[in-house]
Structure formats: structure tokens, C-alpha cells
Ligand binder design. Structure first.
Ligand code: GTP
Ligand code: MG
Length: 461
């Protein structure tokens, strides 16, 4: 890539630090590094040097490293100047590199070049950003696995299988007079079914990976006055939400990120759901419904003294939410030993949604009694006990989940077409599924995808 320019950026975080790094990549990286240090740079050798300005005055002194293409992060010539980690000194050093012909790198441009040079595929490059941004050790481990290619390899394995199936189907089209079964149709269908299963399994793991990356998105819902805002405050450990005894206090959505033993959870408090209310309250309820559409988890808060009463108000709203935790709040108001509601009505929620949910947790947001059990349940859900650490969880993004889903839809279509002997349509659906998988690793590139992905990176990465 001789027409590429040379980019430079401060690679370390802003602010004072022990060490600060200016990183260069591109055809002139070595020449610029040698001009700054006034010495020849050997590949993979630590040179102690003074970093000089145009007048030959020392800006700083430190270590210069040179990685010759293609054995570098970007696959191009890379130079790292490691000096003292002060904002001003690094800015001066960076300015000197620009004087010598380097251009300021855009966010993510080093990783973008690594992708373009074939050092990383797209999912791996995204994992670099996810590793940098990981908020807890689990997310960091999972991003590391994605960066190591665990996710990409699985995607590519399914893509390779699809390619083989496509070849078979395309070949069969040329023998359109023959029924497919004389051309190995049964084996082909079985192979397609197995690939579909593998894709579904990968989709489930990618879903899990997306939760690891983004944290579980939990929405607190329930009838007015049940104590939703009180529960948000109790989980957040601070008075974030306004709490009053007036039904209809909360009108807007309130977002709060909480950590439970290092596991991240994004919580949203919502307006109580009921019939009627004024215009503002109705808008609040509309927002609550909309937020539930993208929730991983609904935390349904009911008054322990009358849980059945509130349940119907929320039944429709939570129907599409994948997971639910039922909370019977205000347990402190129950007389000692009193069942939470008339006998027989306090077991697992009876409404159709959630028939398989765990039994409700009885607690008091006010006193904190019973919160431990809720913490434990939320932590288990956020950590995704369904897929244990041992099986090698990896991070994934919504983009990956959506694309895998799209591939699964196309694959299902291909299976249906194949059973109707519509080989042309089956081939078309298979191609679409194959292309969708290619978008994950970047083998197939949508035009604006790269810019969109890399612009969210840090500068210098
Ligand atoms: N005794 C008792 N009172 C509680 C408990 N939780 C909340 N409350 C009280 O119940 C009232 C309503 O609490 P909120 O947290 O505002 O209820 P909400 O569900 O957010 O209500 P809306 O925003 O109006 O939908 C307040 O007076 C709280 O102090 C609890 O566990 N025990
Ligand atoms: Mg409220």
C-alpha cells in the first residue's frame, strides 16, 4: 500500500501518567522516527534516545521501538516513541512528528489499517475496541477471546459449510431436469439442517456475548406506587429517582448503570402502568412500553399486599421480554407470618407470560430486607449462567447478532425452497446467508460499515 500516508497519534490515555506513547504507522514511520531520535532504528530493538525538535533541542528522552512491516500491529512500518506521560510533552512530540510529514490519525485508524492489511478481521478489530472499553474482568476476558478469533472462526466455519452447500445447489441447477434426490438431495438437506443448527447455537452465544459487552438491559415496570423508583434507588445505592406516595410520580425514563459484584447492569425506571392518567403520564407509559421492546429483562414490581391486582396491568407490556424477575415489594407492611396475598395466589405468577419464571422475590425496597436475593438473581442473569465461563464466552455486538439472525432467516428460507425443489430460489437465499456471515468478519463489506465501526474507537488504537 505505497499510496498510504503515515499517521500519528498519542496512544496512551489523556492526562499525566508514568509513560506516554506517540505511535506512528505508514511508509514514513521509520524515517520520521529516525529524524526525531537522530539515529538509525533497528527492528524490534529498544533504543534509548533523546527526542529532538527541529532545532535539535531535546523535547524528551525515552525509548524508541521500530516494527518493520508486515510484522506490526497495523501490518505497516510502525514506530513507537515512549516518553514521559505528560500532556504537554506528548503534544509537542506529536507536533514534531506532524512537522516531519505524519498526519494526525483518526479514531480507530491504526486498527482499520490492521484490518485492511489483513492482520485482523472485522470482528477481531471490534474486539480490540471492546477490550479497551471492557468495564469488568469478565467482559475483558470475553473480548480477549473474540480478539483471538474464537468468534470469527465459528462464523467462518459456518460460512465455509454454506459455501460447500451453495456449490452443490448451483451444480444441481445445471441438471434441472433431474429431481434433486437423484443428485444427493437427502444428504444436502441433512447438511443444511446441521448448518442451521450450528448457526442457531452461534446466535445464542453471540446474544450472550452482546450482553457481556453491553451489560444486561433491565427495565423496572409495575403499577403506580408499587415502589419501582424506590427499588432503583436501593439497587443504585443512592437517591437517583424521586419517590413520593403519589401514584404517578415517575413520568420519564430514568437510566442508571449499576454494578453487582463487578457485573454491569443497566437499569431503567419507568412510569407506573395503569389505565388513564394525564397527558404527561400517558406519554411516560408509552415510553415505558417502548423501552420494554428492547429490554433483556423486566423487573416487575408489585405491591406484596396485592400482587394480583397489579399483575394484569403489566401482562401485555412484558409479553415480549425474554426474561423476567418478579418482585413483591413492601414486604415490611405485611403482618408477620401473613402470606403476601390471599392464600394460593402468591406462587409463581399465573399470567401466561412468565409461566416458567422463578417464583417472586419478597422484599422491602424501603428497609432493604430481601434485597440480597434480588442481587443474587440479577447477578446470575447478567452473568448469563446459561453459558458458563468454561465454555469460552466471547463478546459480540448488536451488529453481529442482527446479522446472524438475518443469516438464520435466509437459511430457513433456503431449506423451504429446497424442499419445494426451487433450486434457483434456494441458491439465492444461500448466497444471502453466506454474504451476511461475510459481513461479520469483513469478507463482504457494506459501504459505510467500516467508517461507522472504526469511528467509535479511541484515537491511537
Ligand atoms: N413501607 C414501604 N414503603 C415503600 C416501599 N417501597 C416504596 N415504598 C413507598 O411507596 C411509595 C411509592 O414509592 P415509589 O418508589 O415512588 O413508587 P413507584 O412505583 O416508583 O411509583 P410511580 O413512580 O408513581 O409509578 C413511597 O411513599 C415509598 O416510600 C417498601 O418497601 N416499604
Ligand atoms: Mg416512580
Amino acid at each position: 500500500m505505497t499510496d498510504r500516508d503515515t499517521i500519528a497519534a498519542i496512544a496512551t490515555a489523556a492526562g499525566a501518567g508514568g509513560v506516554g506513547i506517540v505511535r506512528l504507522s505508514g511508509p514514513r514511520a521509520r524515517a520520521i522516527g529516525e529524524a526525531v531520535t537522530a539515529r538509525a532504528l533497528r527492528p524490534r530493538h529498544a533504543h534509548h534516545a533523546r527526542f529532538l525538535d527541529a532545532a535539535g533541542e531535546a523535547i524528551d528522552d525515552g525509548i524508541a521501538l521500530y516494527f518493520a512491516a508486515p510484522a506490526s500491529y497495523t501490518g505497516e512500518d510502525v514506530v513507537e516513541l515512549q516518553g514521559h506521560g505528560g500532556t504537554a510533552v506528548l503534544q509537542v512530540l506529536l507536533a514534531r512528528c506532524r512537522e516531519l510529514g505524519a498526519r494526525l490519525a483518526r479514531p480507530g485508524e491504526f486498527s482499520e489499517r490492521a484490518f485492511l492489511e489483513g492482520r485482523l478481521d472485522l470482528a477481531q478489530a471490534e474486539a480490540v475496541a471492546d477490550l479497551v472499553a471492557a468495564g469488568d474482568a469478565r467482559a475483558a476476558r470475553a473480548a480477549r477471546r473474540a480478539l483471538d478469533g474464537e468468534f470469527s472462526q465459528r462464523v467462518e466455519a459456518i460460512a465455509a459449510e454454506l459455501l460447500a452447500i451453495r456449490v452443490h445447489v448451483e451444480a444441481a441447477i445445471d441438471f434441472a431436469d433431474e429431481p434433486l434426490d437423484t443428485l444427493g438431495g437427502a444428504a444436502l438437506r441433512a447438511r443444511l439442517a446441521a448448518t442451521g443448527d450450528a448457526l442457531d447455537a452461534l446466535l445464542a452465544r453471540a446474544e450472550h456475548g452482546r450482553r457481556l459487552r453491553d451489560g444486561l438491559h433491565a427495565v423496572i415496570v409495575g403499577p403506580p406506587n408499587a415502589g419501582k423508583s424506590s427499588l432503583l434507588n436501593a439497587l443504585a445505592g443512592s437517591d437517583r429517582a424521586i419517590v413520593t406516595d403519589i401514584a404517578g410520580t415517575t413520568r420519564d425514563l430514568l437510566h442508571e448503570v449499576v454494578r453487582i459484584d463487578g457485573v454491569e447492569l443497566s437499569l431503567v425506571d419507568t412510569a407506573g402502568l395503569r389505565d388513564g392518567g394525564d397527558a404527561i403520564e400517558r406519554e411516560g407509559m408509552r415510553r415505558a412500553h417502548a423501552e420494554l421492546q428492547r429490554a433483556d429483562l423486566a423487573i416487575i414490581v408489585l405491591d406484596a399486599r396485592d400482587p394480583a391486582g397489579g399483575r394484569t396491568a403489566v401482562a401485555d407490556a412484558i409479553a415480549g421480554v425474554p426474561q423476567r424477575v418478579w418482585v413483591h415489594n413492601k414486604a415490611d407492611l405485611l403482618a408477620a407470618g401473613e402470606p403476601a396475598s390471599p392464600a394460593g395466589n402468591d406462587g409463581a405468577p399465573d399470567a401466561t407470560p412468565g409461566a416458567s419464571d422463578e417464583p417472586p422475590l419478597r422484599l422491602s425496597a424501603l428497609s432493604g430486607v430481601g434485597l440480597d436475593a434480588l442481587h443474587a438473581r440479577l447477578k446470575a442473569l447478567a452473568a448469563g449462567d446459561d453459558i458458563g465461563e468454561g465454555t469460552g464466552a466471547f463478546t459480540a455486538r448488536s451488529r453481529h447478532v442482527d446479522t446472524l439472525r438475518q443469516a438464520a432467516v435466509e437459511l430457513a428460507a433456503a431449506r423451504a425452497q429446497l424442499s419445494h425443489e426451487s433450486l434457483d430460489l434456494a441458491a439465492e437465499a444461500l448466497r444471502a446467508a453466506h454474504d451476511a456471515l461475510g459481513e461479520i468478519t469483513g469478507r463482504v463489506r457494506a459501504d459505510d460499515l467500516l467508517g461507522h465501526i472504526f469511528s467509535s474507537f479511541c484515537v491511537g488504537k
